[in-house]
Design a protein around this ligand. Structure first.
Ligand code: ADP
Ligand code: MG
Length: 608
């Protein structure tokens, strides 16, 4: 019988493994920096030539290796980081697979020089395409220097896939930046063809991040501090003013390891939903700490992916921590509010939320602070709160059981919006205000939409959205698929305040709608909502579509386009904005306000 199977020689298996670990110069650098960090280095320098294709050199001041260890480190599956089976379940180092050095050495001309501080000299090992060519003593400072020349010289197929030197330089710089953010206590330098790309002194996270994402961006970053029994989520996130068109500035670390994980990314983006536009991504550096035995990092050789034992718990903890910051829109600076929060006193928005919750418990008929620009609720007679009409009309409206009106001053000091002095309205669409030396322009539609959206969300979570029966039920003709969707979601839509009933054939009868939209074009709204539900498809749970539906209702509840406002109505709106979470953007992620500084105006008028 002929023998078909042979065990491959190690030089070949290393080459095969290199295919996974060593994709390009940047992945070599990632592995080498991980090793330096695991070796306790506090100073790491990276030098590349021709984008790393000609040469990569990483020098560290870590604990180095003895001659024996240095030789062993080039063997496959040789590692100092795990010893027994059970260690795999509790990995505290960045490396553990014992694969990087032999893989890199098998596809390049490689040299490793290393010295332990207690010995007067170091060891240098020269390897070519996986074969050790020379081992000799060398004089050097304590630490390790690894040089990788002519990567893929013996893998022509791989060489062909290498991109231009500039592209590779970009990847290298990104890699060093990512790793440097995880360890601000370590100094990093990165030079390319003698040109310095990065020089990062030892510092704290805030400064390190500033150096990496750019100084001008730094002022838009806000600290995150979420902790529970299981997870800690700390770091910095950006305001909606600082966004990117891709995910490149989302730095997330699980127990100190940079990861590009779907769950983590989803949680971050979920928090920003409705705060920034679709297709835009925030700048984020988040450190998620959780018990190491609950994270499996052994999913892929590059260790960029992880698996969580309690995936949804981790997801929700990240989302909650990020939302906590975004909710109060800290970039809308109001000195009093900022000072209050700093002193540990709850912010006005939080106090308001607590009062709303208490009020909702005390009375089932909590009157909504109606943000819809309509006078018609007065005719309905039940709405207690009509902000967008004249002062006389307001006083004529019956007093609500509970109301939060500026005329009833509360103990809290004015929030950002209420502290603005109103200049007037522009084009009946924008409110112009002054705050110190800033001209603040507010999109009244976006603002009122956000108020309506948060109110609907609040109601949804405290017993359901307030519904209003229509005096004359309306019927709407739908397509077959729309009817099917409507019938399927009748109970869910009831939670949103809609009462629908099949009326024979493809007709549906609407007998009640959310109170906020009672006077609006309900047929249009119902069609939009059914189209949304159809688009989300049956695979999406109703709860996942909920926010979009609420934002749809909010959008219909406010008048679009121009609308003249009285000062009192503007104040009313501002009062509500100050008590609304995520007030800096409309539910679709568009900004609510824009600031023009005095300096900017002076520049326009050439006064500087
Ligand atoms: P791993 O990091 O998964 O253990 P590597 O192949 O990357 O595998 O490295 C093998 C071993 O070589 C490491 O476990 C470590 O003991 C040693 N080593 C590698 N790089 C360094 C370094 N820069 N300083 C000190 N020791 C190192
Ligand atoms: Mg390693």
């Amino acid at each position: 019988m002929s023998q078909r199977i042979t065990i491959l020689p190690e030089t070949l298996t290393n080459k095969i493994a290199a295919g996974e670990v060593v994709e390009r110069p940047a992945s070599v650098i990632k592995e080498l920096i991980e090793n330096s960090l695991d070796a306790g280095a506090t100073d790491i320098s990276v030098e590349i030539n021709a984008g790393g294709r000609r040469k990569i050199c990483v020098t560290d001041n870590g604990h180095g290796m003895s001659r024996e260890d240095a030789l062993l480190s080039l063997e496959r599956h040789a590692t100092s980081k795990i010893k027994v089976d059970s260690d795999l379940g509790r990995i505290l180092t960045l490396g553990f697979r014992g694969e990087a050095l032999p893989s890199i050495a098998s596809v390049s001309r490689f040299s490793l020089a290393t010295r332990e501080a207690v010995f007067p000299e170091g060891t240098e090992i020269i390897v070519e395409g996986g074969r050790v060519r020379d081992v000799r003593a060398c004089g050097m400072a304590p630490g390790t220097v690894i040089s990788v020349e002519q990567i893929f010289f013996n893998l022509p197929a791989r060489l062909k896939f290498m991109k231009s030197a500039e592209t590779e330089v970009g990847h290298v710089a990104d890699t060093v930046a990512r790793m440097s953010v995880s360890r601000p206590d370590v100094a990093f330098t990165c030079t390319s063809d003698g040109r310095e790309l990065l020089r990062l002194q030892r510092s704290d996270l805030q400064r390190r991040l500033g150096q990496v994402v750019g100084r001008e961006s730094f002022q838009h970053l806000y600290a995150v501090n979420g902790r529970d029994d299981y997870t800690t989520v700390t770091g910095f996130i950006s305001s909606p003013e600082l966004v990117r068109s891709g995910t490149q500035a989302i730095y997330t670390y699980i127990n100190g390891r940079f990861v590009r994980d779907k769950v983590v990314q989803h949680a971050v983006m979920q928090s920003y939903r409705g705060v920034i536009d679709r297709g835009r991504y925030p700048v984020v550096a988040l450190f998620i700490e959780l018990p190491p035995e609950d994270v499996d990092v052994n999913v892929h050789p590059t260790k960029h992916e992880v698996r969580f034992r309690r995936q949804s718990v981790v997801h929700d903890a990240i989302q909650a921590a990020v939302e906590e910051v975004l909710r109060s829109s800290p970039w809308l600076k109001s000195p009093t509010v900022a000072a209050q929060t700093l002193n540990g006193v709850t912010s006005t928005a939080q106090a308001y939320r607590e009062r709303i919750a208490a009020a909702a418990q005390a009375s089932l008929s909590l009157p909504p602070p109606s943000p819809n620009w309509s006078q018609s609720e007065k005719q309905v007679g039940t709405a207690p709160f009509v902000p967008i009409i004249s002062q006389e009309e307001i006083t004529a409206v019956s007093e609500p059981a509970i109301s939060f009106r500026p005329e009833q001053p509360c103990q809290e000091s004015a929030g950002y919006f209420s502290s603005l002095s109103i200049i007037g309205q522009f084009h009946s669409e924008y409110i112009l205000c002054q705050s110190d030396s800033e001209l603040v322009i507010i999109d009244q539609h976006a603002a009122s939409e956000r108020v309506a959206f948060q109110l609907l969300k609040q109601q949804c979570h405290t017993g359901g959205i307030e519904s209003q029966r229509l005096l004359f039920p309306e019927t709407v003709e739908l397509s077959f698929s729309e009817v099917a969707v409507a019938v399927k979601f009748i109970p869910d839509l009831a939670r949103l305040g809609f009462e629908l009933e099949p009326f024979g054939g493809t007709t549906i009868m609407i007998s009640a709608v959310p109170r906020l939209v009672a006077q609006k074009n309900n047929i249009l709204l119902i069609r939009d909502i059914l189209a949304d539900l159809e688009r989300f498809g049956t695979s999406t749970a109703f709860n996942d579509a909920l926010e979009s539906l609420l934002s749809r209702i909010a959008c219909h509840s406010v008048i679009r386009g121009a609308h003249l406002l009285e000062n009192v109505q503007i104040k009313e709106l501002f009062y509500h904005m100050d008590h609304t979470d995520f007030a800096a953007s409309c539910p679709h992620g568009r900004p609510v306000s824009h600031v023009v500084t005095l300096a900017e105006l002076q520049k326009i008028f050439k006064r500087t």
